[in-house]
Design a protein around this ligand. Structure first.
Ligand code: FAD
Length: 360
């Protein structure tokens, strides 16, 4: 489907905020984070890079049918941690890690799918019996080619789950999240038991000209990063992205932005095709002077978003469950303003496969 850049008319980029964000991510980069993007920065220097700065990838992975539950709980795959890096600045709320896991090409997946991870150790169940820990799902944050473009790794973006005890007025280590802490603390070479891949809800549209609107909060950025890498960092001749990609990203503050350097580089190289709008709840204010939440940011562009959806865009949501009620009630309000039946509008998008939600 042909798309016009006019959908982006009136876009203003807040230069001051970007500079601040760069400063925040620079702190992280100083610790060694590169996400594999470094390869892209000097296209002419590398013969594996096409003229648009996209990496050559092993195209046989394009012919792969959708893999589903290749590995199950009873016979999981054992992957190996290649690296774990903290990717948020010092003032972020909480810790988020970028974790690259080697699967050696044995656990392929499509963009938008998840892996299961079974943390080591046991727990005592409600019947007093000692049993292995259950599987936890993580959206895959790289494309099928992985961060090193060879189809040998997958990346997870994991937020360390902690428990704040209000009585102790401190974190209670006895109640911290089992799997996220296992992953964030893992050392290179550590083994990880994995299941999957799973999930069909967040797959990309078949037609690479379809516009894609992405709405993410926190680690909900994971599937969006996998799409963005596929759109702008990889040379896939039979699936060259021709649409518009618009990312709405909600986090608490600039230090909590995830993969901003990587995304800004893509936006710089593909300005007519990629746009990012942040809702920084603890830094920005909405039109009523309250905190800027993700739904407030999407609402600012309601006309363009509705126009894109009318034209066949797919809309993806990922992040904490709590994001959806605010978004849905905002969309309901916009429908009312426009004299559209909200129920019919939403039902129509779902029927046409344009509506993708994965929240947890
Ligand atoms: P658990 O051990 O399961 O504990 C859960 C919570 O309970 C923690 O916050 C913990 O601190 C708290 N807790 C533990 N004990 C107590 C107690 N006694 N009293 C009170 N509270 C307690 N997460 C990501 O980070 N990135 C992703 O990309 C991602 N993708 C997902 C995709 C899907 C489809 C789904 C369903 C979930 C996804 N998740 C993702 C969430 C992930 O699966 C886990 O739920 C999350 O990492 C927490 O697991 P955990 O083992 O660390 O915590």
């Amino acid at each position: 489907m042909a798309l016009t850049v006019s959908a982006f008319a009136g876009a203003k980029i807040n230069a001051a905020r970007q500079t601040k964000a760069r400063r925040a991510t620079a702190v992280v980069r100083a610790e060694g984070t590169d996400y594999g993007l470094g390869l892209q920065c000097s296209p002419t220097a590398n013969k594996n890079i096409d003229p648009k700065g996209r990496a050559k990838v092993p195209l046989e992975l394009e012919d792969m049918p959708l893999p589903l539950n290749t590995f199950k709980n009873k016979e999981p795959f054992t992957g190996k941690v290649r690296s774990v890096e903290r990717i948020v600045g010092p003032n972020a709320t909480g810790e988020t890690c970028h974790i690259i896991i080697e699967h050696g090409g044995k656990m392929p997946f499509w963009e938008g799918q998840s892996y299961g991870v079974i943390p080591p150790g046991t727990k005592v169940n409600s019947k007093g019996k000692e049993v292995p820990h259950g599987v936890r799902l993580y959206s895959i944050a790289s494309s099928r080619y992985g961060d090193s473009y060879d189809g040998q790794t997958a990346t997870l973006c994991v937020r360390r789950a902690t428990y704040w005890d209000p009585e102790m007025n401190a974190e209670d280590p006895a109640k911290k999240g089992i799997c996220s802490n296992f992953l964030c603390d893992a050392k290179p070479g550590a083994e990880v038991m994995m299941t999957g891949p799973t999930g069909q809800v967040m797959l990309l549209p078949k037609d690479p000209a379809t516009p894609v609107i992405m709405v993410a909060t926190g680690t909900g950025i994971a599937p969006m990063r996998s799409y963005i890498r596929r759109f702008f960092l990889e040379d896939v001749p039979n699936w060259e992205f021709k649409g518009l990609a618009w990312l709405f990203m909600g986090v608490a503050n600039s230090d909590a932005k995830l993969y901003d350097d990587e995304f800004q580089e893509c936006a710089k190289r593909f300005p007519d095709q990629f746009r990012i709008d942040y809702a920084l709840s603890r830094e920005d204010t909405n039109k009523n002077g309250g905190k800027m939440y993700i739904q407030d940011k999407v609402e600012e562009y309601k006309d363009q978003v509705f126009q894109l959806l009318d034209g066949g865009a797919h809309m993806y949501f990922c992040g904490l469950k709590g994001m959806m009620p605010g978004i849905l009630s905002m969309l309901e309000g916009v429908c009312k303003e426009k004299g559209i039946s909200y129920e019919e509008w939403l039902e129509g998008l779902k029927k046409k496969g344009q509506w993708h939600v994965e929240v947890y």
